[in-house]
Design a protein around this ligand. Structure first.
Ligand code: ADP
Ligand code: MG
Length: 348
């Protein structure tokens, strides 16, 4: 049994506002992947593959979460996914991108760069040191109100159809995939796409935390020197892996029952996809023999993640939480959601 999903927890520091208004710190790391939540009527311990508390640097998260190995597996041809989830303001974007996403003018200090930029650096370094010729390309999508939109193609965002085929599985039709060869090029694609996501955020009131964003790096290794016996091009070993970064919408509006006046389409879409994701994860967590049909088709998000969640993929989950007493109920729900993923296994 190979653990497919590696749930990792990141507890961000209390913000100045939280400290100023005297919020209590209710989350404490106990070491060895254990975290303790203690508040008035709650007292619970949760286990993770790794826990990063307020003092953990961006580099520590990259090195300690298994992200580097994930990059190497993508080069070796595996489908790898890392997703950050948690309520709005819990540190998902900070973990993936660093504070760079917040300011357009000032470039972030290198120490604050997130998992994405660190992975790109690692990918490009590996590509050089292996001497093999890696062809790298990126696509960047968001799912907003159950519509898939391309964040890289110019012009106003338009919905793209999500299709299925026997050979490709689920795929997005007409999705733009842009080749890149340098760190500057991929970081600029990331910024362009995030900018498009943020531009609509101004118009649509915090839209960015209401949409799921998926940046996928396609890694194709071309056999540079085909061996003598490889008479035909098709006989050359060529591998294709992917590395997908998912910044999930804030989970705070997810309610088990949608009946409490949650009428907005937006909230329902988020509910639907996060619940579908949670549902797929809990079904995948059952022992192989007892597993029933996995309902990937229930949402666009689970369809897009089907390959990495189900078949042969490797997933790194980063649950993000605030340590503040005011976030207690959301924190507990994130911790429960994440600890279910611990039991998921796979054969990549
Ligand atoms: P989310 O994407 O989950 O909505 P953000 O990543 O935007 O949350 O984080 C919310 C705020 O908290 C931001 O101002 C961010 O800079 C800050 N923050 C999040 N995580 C950390 C951290 N580990 N260290 C310092 N500041 C953080
Ligand atoms: Mg965010």
């Amino acid at each position: 049994r190979c653990p497919r999903a590696h749930p990792t927890l990141r507890v961000r520091p209390l913000t100045c506002t939280e400290t100023r208004r005297g919020d209590q710190q209710v989350v404490h790391s106990l070491g060895d992947g254990a975290v303790h939540v203690s508040a008035a009527r709650h007292d619970a311990t949760f286990g993770f593959s790794a826990v990063f508390d307020a003092g953990a640097s961006q580099e520590a998260v990259f090195e300690g979460s298994g992200m580097r190995q994930l990059v190497e597996l993508a080069i070796d041809g595996f489908s790898c996914t890392v997703f950050a989830f948690g309520q709005t303001g819990s540190g998902k974007t900070y973990t993936l991108m660093g504070p760079l996403a917040q300011s357009d003018t000032q470039p972030a200090s290198p120490a604050l760069l997130g998992l994405m930029q660190r992975s790109f650096t690692c990918l490009l370094e590996q590509s050089r040191s292996r001497g093999s010729d890696l062809a790298l390309s990126a696509s960047y999508l968001e799912i907003y109100n159950e519509q898939v939109r391309d964040l890289l193609s110019p012009g106003p965002p338009c919905a793209l159809p999500l299709r299925w085929s026997k050979t490709r599985g689920f795929y997005v039709e007409n999705q733009l995939s842009v080749e890149f060869e340098s760190l500057e090029a991929i970081v600029s694609l990331l910024l362009q796409g995030s900018q498009r996501r943020r531009t609509s955020a101004h118009a649509l009131n915090r839209h960015s935390s209401r949409s799921h964003a998926l940046l996928t790096i396609h890694v194709r290794s071309r056999a540079h020197h085909p061996p003598m016996w490889a008479l035909q091009a098709s006989a050359c070993p060529s591998k294709q892996g992917t590395l997908c970064f998912v910044d999930l919408a804030g989970s705070e509006r997810v309610k088990e029952t949608g009946s409490s006046g949650e009428l907005s389409v937006e909230a329902n879409s988020i509910n639907r996809s996060l619940l579908a994701l949670g549902h797929c994860i809990s079904l995948l967590a059952k022992p192989r023999g007892k597993r029933t049909h996995i309902p990937y088709r229930d949402s666009k998000l689970t369809r897009l993640l089907a390959r990495s969640l189900g078949g042969s993929g490797i997933t790194l989950m980063v649950a993000c939480i605030s340590p503040s007493s005011r976030c207690l109920s959301e924190t507990l729900s994130t911790l429960h959601y994440a600890s279910r993923a611990r039991r998921v296994t796979t054969r990549p």
